[in-house]
Design a protein around this ligand. Structure first.
Ligand SMILES: [Zn+2]
Ligand SMILES: [Zn+2]
Length: 373
């Protein structure tokens, strides 16, 4: 093993010739074993991370081929794609792989206290978009990990020989009544049945793949349409691409928050774009037209420079800003002009400028002060 600290196949416990589905199965089995609810070893969390990194490489044909050939882990070992930021935008919501697993394991088995939520939760994900992409609109593929419907059991949670039976603990009512003796007499209280989580049913012979949940951790790809003109912080909702529900219940949504990246040449202000250019002093004095790059691909913007343009003036070019969302109109381009005074002049140029100064009768000894404001 040249650079990797541990052999990735060993981490997953599979042979080097393992098929994709064997790798996936091994990953899920190992993930279950390493979950903190089951595994109290202090190394479980690190091993869990290791496992995810190994799976990230071995579940991707390209990365796996590179690993097999060179024995190194390809860059960006986790996350799957460079531009995705998972973030906890819902407070206590989705926060990455760790969270996938905590919801995968929470609330199942006899120790569960709370009633389990059947619908899947919404998931939040940040998506970096360049200003050019926002201007022309684009499609982006997101790769993320989520709890997805188990294909083995069609999300029912029931194994091939399994069946649903009435919960014996609560007799199918989903509630357990306990009686406490107090000095006021017997006090009854009803609680959600911890064995069936209030469903009144129990799966006998659960699907091995998902342990009866009907959902499993999986890598998801989804293509997201970015409309032209989108703003920073805007959110796109992809229905039912969040966490899968328990045993086929409705999945949550994927909520994509746009993170617009700063641009080197344009600053956005609403639908307007601000740009800054240096123009020759001769153009400023004589007037003319300059061409600058626009925000759309191959777009050229012609900027009319009025005669006598001063440094610091802002020239507005209508219709060359950002597109407005769901409209064929565009904002404006606001061009901030800086008049460029040459630092060096050839002999001939100096003579010409001198001539100009003489012609204009400029007396540089006696300049009146400007008014401040
Ligand atoms: Zn299943
Ligand atoms: Zn029950």
């Amino acid at each position: 093993m040249p650079t990797a600290t541990k052999d990735l196949y060993e981490v997953l416990g599979v042979g080097r010739d393992a098929s994709d589905s064997e790798i996936k199965k091994a990953y899920r089995r190992r993930a279950r074993e390493l979950h903190p609810d089951v595994n109290k070893s202090p190394h479980a969390e690190d091993e869990f991370k290791e496992l995810n990194e190994a799976y990230d490489v071995l579940s991707d044909a390209q990365k796996r081929a590179q690993y097999d050939r060179f024995g190194t882990i390809p860059g960006a070992a986790s996350g799957g794609s460079g531009y995705v930021d998972f973030e906890d935008i819902f407070g206590g919501g989705f926060g990455g792989m760790g969270d996938i697993f905590s919801s995968f394991f929470s609330g199942f088995g006899a120790t569960a206290q709370k009633q389990v939520r059947k619908e899947g939760r919404d998931m939040g994900i940040g998506l970096r978009v360049t200003l050019e992409e926002a201007a022309r609109g684009t499609k982006k593929e997101l790769v993320y990990d989520r709890l997805a419907a188990c294909t083995e059991c069609s999300a029912t949670g029931i194994g091939p020989d399994g069946t649903k039976v009435v919960c014996s603990e609560c007799g199918g009512s989903g509630r357990v009544v306990t009686v406490q003796r107090t000095f006021l007499g017997d006090m009854q209280s009803a609680q959600t049945c911890a064995v069936c989580n209030g469903t009144g049913e129990r799966v006998e012979g659960a699907c091995e793949e998902c342990g009866g949940q009907g959902r499993v951790p999986d890598r998801q790809r989804v293509s997201v349409e970015i409309p032209p003109g989108i703003h920073d912080g805007q959110q796109l909702r992809v229905a039912e691409f969040g966490e899968a529900g328990l045993q086929g219940a409705r999945a949550g949504d994927l909520i994509v928050t746009i993170r617009l990246q700063p641009h080197d040449h344009f600053e956005r202000d609403g639908d307007d774009l601000h740009a800054s250019v240096d123009i020759p002093m001769t153009t400023a004095a004589l007037g003319g037209e300059i061409r600058i790059a626009g925000i759309l691909p191959d777009e050229q913007v012609r900027v009319k420079i009025p005669r006598g343009t001063q440094s610091g003036e802002v020239l507005r070019v209508k219709g060359f800003g950002m597109p407005r969302v769901r409209s064929d109109k565009r904002g404006d381009m606001q061009v901030h002009v800086n008049v460029n005074i040459p630092k060096k002049l050839s002999k001939k140029e100096r003579e010409l400028v001198q001539k100009l100064a003489d012609e204009m009768g400029i007396d540089d000894a006696d300049i009146p002060l400007n008014k401040l404001r």
